[in-house]
Design a protein around this ligand. Structure first.
Ligand code: AMP
Length: 279
């Protein structure tokens, strides 16, 4: 496995590759778990060369404390990637991607960022778009893999890729879960056993929504689900939205099967968790 810290070195390595190779890219912020690795394994099935980047992108953190607390496990990340035969890891320092005092470009996402994470975390998706544009301009991947766990991010990246005329196919990979149903996340490491048990209510509620959609109105279904969170006061519900998959706006009436999503953000002992289900 090749490891690059400088974009110039990565670029010249990529330039030396045969032109018809299918290059796949998986951007991450490290502290890798099986969810991240499932993106790499998916990418490996349909490509000649898989690149994983590990970079904690400061511009997507709207909360400095969150950035400081973000877990860093570079050695075990490298081992895990090597174990599954990832081809290339790109681990840049800040200065390799950002100029000093760089003025950030302002993106627009056609309203995809209006609700949920976009509303709660101002500037977050602008930071994500900034780093993804930079990484795509270095790598020019044929395909890039993103987790459905971050559904709003996935839809925004699909839109951004088209807007910027990248010829990269964006592929969403289903959410990898603990046995309990809890979506895997680097933040789960900060949960006590008791808290992670309580946090399973998030996925249980998403399943409940999928199973009971169309039987109740959206308004009723939301009320039933919000009550479930009220009964578990240590798990703080930030939002529970039922949205159209296409534009991620909350809906009052269901779309056709497969075109709706239920999205939840909740925190427990100041660990913020998000999850969603498409139905
Ligand atoms: P992050 O390091 O948190 O920026 O995540 C890197 C990529 O891994 C993103 O595309 C995430 O959506 C994806 N990801 C994170 N957790 C999971 C999971 N449990 N299952 C599948 N993909 C995931």
């Amino acid at each position: 496995m090749k490891i690059f810290k400088l974009n110039e070195e990565l670029k010249s390595y990529l330039n030396s590759q045969e032109k018809d190779k299918i290059i796949s890219f998986v951007p991450t912020m490290g502290a890798l778990h099986d969810g991240h690795l499932s993106l790499i394994l998916n990418a490996k099935q349909n490509s000649d060369l898989v690149i994983c980047s590990i970079f904690i992108n400061p511009t997507q953190f709207n909360n400095l404390k969150d950035l400081e607390k973000y877990p860093k496990t570079p050695n075990s990340d490298i081992k895990a990637l090597d174990n599954i035969n990832c081809d290339v890891v790109y681990m840049p320092e800040l200065a390799d991607l950002y100029q000093k005092n760089e003025k950030l470009k302002k993106y627009q996402f056609n309203g995809l960022d209006k609700f949920m994470e976009g509303r709660r975390r101002p500037g977050h998706f602008n930071g994500v778009a900034t780093v993804i544009e930079k990484l795509f301009r270095i790598i020019h991947p044929n395909k890039a893999y993103f987790g459905q766990k971050d559904l709003q991010q996935l839809q925004i990246i699909k839109y951004l890729t088209k807007q910027l005329n990248f010829e990269t196919e964006i592929i969403g990979v289903s959410t990898k879960r603990e046995e309990s149903g809890l979506a895997m996340s680097s933040r789960n490491k900060r949960l006590s056993i008791k808290d992670s048990e309580k946090a399973t209510l998030i996925y249980k509620t998403l399943i409940f929504i999928k199973q009971n959609a169309y039987k109740h109105s959206i308004k009723e279904l939301k009320e039933i689900c919000i009550q479930k969170f009220n009964d578990e006061p240590e798990l703080n519900l930030e939002y529970l939205e039922i949205v159209s998959l296409e534009n991620l706006h909350p809906i009052d009436l269901y779309n056709h099967n497969g075109h709706n999503a239920a999205c939840i953000a909740a925190s427990i002992s100041s660990v913020r968790l998000i999850d969603n289900i498409i139905f």
